[in-house]
Write a protein that binds this ligand. Structure first.
Ligand SMILES: Cc1ncc(COP(=O)(O)O)c(C=O)c1O
Length: 416
């Protein structure tokens, strides 16, 4: 890959953002007076032409249902759908593609475990261990599971710098499941999940890693991570919306009852009772998200072609530069300062509500997120109702950071 220099020519980026943006039609289509400066990839990433093409090819050339159509188009669809499963499995280093369940997203993947595993394995007095920095998707499903089973919720706290506090004492013989966010969608913190998984194992607890913000940005290897469940979303890693993944330990998936029921997840059905299909299809009731899964397969090909280590280094350089620029602005408060972090930063600008800031920045073509980031307990602990958030991906470069800080400066001028 070629290299982009920052404006003062003092540092380099591993990837050439401008070159990469050429693969993403939206950057051509939306640029008008100002270039489209997209700094909201933690919410949803942009989609390269390769992914659009894969989805379009499915609809234009072999659109048919999977696993049931005994004609050429149906067989092609099944082959492409199952080949997407193999690609995803290889991408995260899973040892068996049958461990990959396609869901609607990370939210559905976590709900699947909280419901299908939780219902049969949690009892009154058991403990569900989470952290205080969970996305609502990895909090609310466990609140429901606790309510239904009588289990108790416990939380590993975070400190002011946005890192988790020493958590060893939180793991007890009552801990039955430990479900933890890998990379924070608020502070960008990359949590020490290996340590957490080892502590969970020492008390015999099952582990779930919410990898919605890590699989898109970090090299992931399920074999060395050795968690029981991993959940992530396609639309945050260049894929289409409406597809996500639950990667589960096969023995656990086999023991679990289904989450949703209907066609294709069964082996036999009589009027009174049914038996289940093998894993992973037992968890894919009804017609699955065929086009979306095929698109996710193409996204994984694209990311693998560039290399996850390179993408991570690219984002690390961008966030370092962004923090330097933001910290040099008197009116800006940045929240959290974790030493191990991805390309996400939350901040507020004195005298400007984040929603107003987002609107003002949009006039300059800069798209950021403003709100509670589906993490209201974090906002409460920070003592704010909302923050602004900028998040980066492989198509961003130093110019995007400069446009962000320049747009903040012009917003301040506009307000005062
Ligand atoms: C850390 C984290 N977990 C889970 C989710 C939920 O993902 P989805 O909305 O794609 O299901 C998100 C989405 O922002 C997230 O950032």
């Amino acid at each position: 890959m070629t290299v982009t220099l920052d404006p003062s020519n003092t540092r380099t980026l591993p990837l050439d953002g401008a070159y990469i943006r050429n693969n993403f039609p939206i950057f051509r289509n939306r640029s008008s007076k100002n270039p489209f400066t997209y700094l909201d990839s933690a919410a949803t990433s942009q989609t390269p032409q390769q992914v659009v093409d894969a989805v379009e090819t499915y609809y234009n050339h072999y659109n048919a249902n999977v696993h049931r159509s005994i004609y050429a188009a149906g067989e092609e669809a099944t082959e492409a759908y199952e080949s997407a499963r193999d690609k995803v499995s290889n991408f995260i280093g899973a040892d068996d593609s049958h461990a990959i369940v396609f869901t609607r997203g990370a939210t559905e993947a976590i709900n699947l475990v909280a419901y299908a595993w939780g219902r049969n394995n949690l009892r009154e007095g058991d403990e569900i261990l989470l952290t205080e920095m969970e996305h609502h998707s990895n909090l609310v499903p466990w609140q429901l599971a606790a309510r239904q089973t009588g289990a108790k919720l416990k939380f590993i706290p975070f400190s002011e710098d946005g890192t988790l506090e020493n958590s060893e004492a939180s793991f007890t013989e009552k801990t039955k499941i430990v479900s933890v966010i890998h990379q924070s969608n608020v502070f960008g913190t990359i949590n020490p999940v290996n340590e957490i998984i080892n502590l969970a194992k020492s008390v015999g607890a099952v582990t779930l890693i919410d990898a919605a913000q890590s699989v898109p940005h970090l090299h992931m290897d399920m074999t060395s991570l050795d968690c029981d469940f991993l959940a992530f979303s396609g639309h945050k890693m260049l894929g289409p919306t409406g597809v996500g993944v639950l990667c589960g330990r096969t023995e656990l998936l086999e023991q679990m009852e289904p989450f949703l029921a209907g066609g294709e997840m069964i082996r036999t059905v009589s009027l009174e009772t049914s038996t289940w299909n093998d894993v992973p299809w037992k968890f894919e009731a009804g017609t699955p998200n065929i086009a979306q899964a095929i698109g996710l397969g193409a996204a994984v090909d694209y990311l693998s072609g560039i290399g996850m280590e390179t993408i991570h280094r690219h984002e690390a350089a961008l966030i370092k530069y962004t923090l330097e620029r933001l910290e040099g602005m008197d009116e800006v408060t940045v929240y959290g300062n974790p030493p191990e972090r991805g390309g996400v930063v939350v901040f507020n600008v004195e005298g400007v509500h984040p929603h107003d800031l987002s609107q003002l920045l949009d006039r300059d073509g800069v798209a950021i997120r403003a709100g509670h980031h589906c993490a209201q307990p974090i906002m409460e602990k920070l003592g704010v109702s909302a923050t602004a958030r900028a998040s980066f991906y492989l198509y961003n470069d130093f110019e995007d950071v400069n446009r962000l800080t320049e747009a903040i400066t012009s917003s301040l001028k506009f307000i005062t």
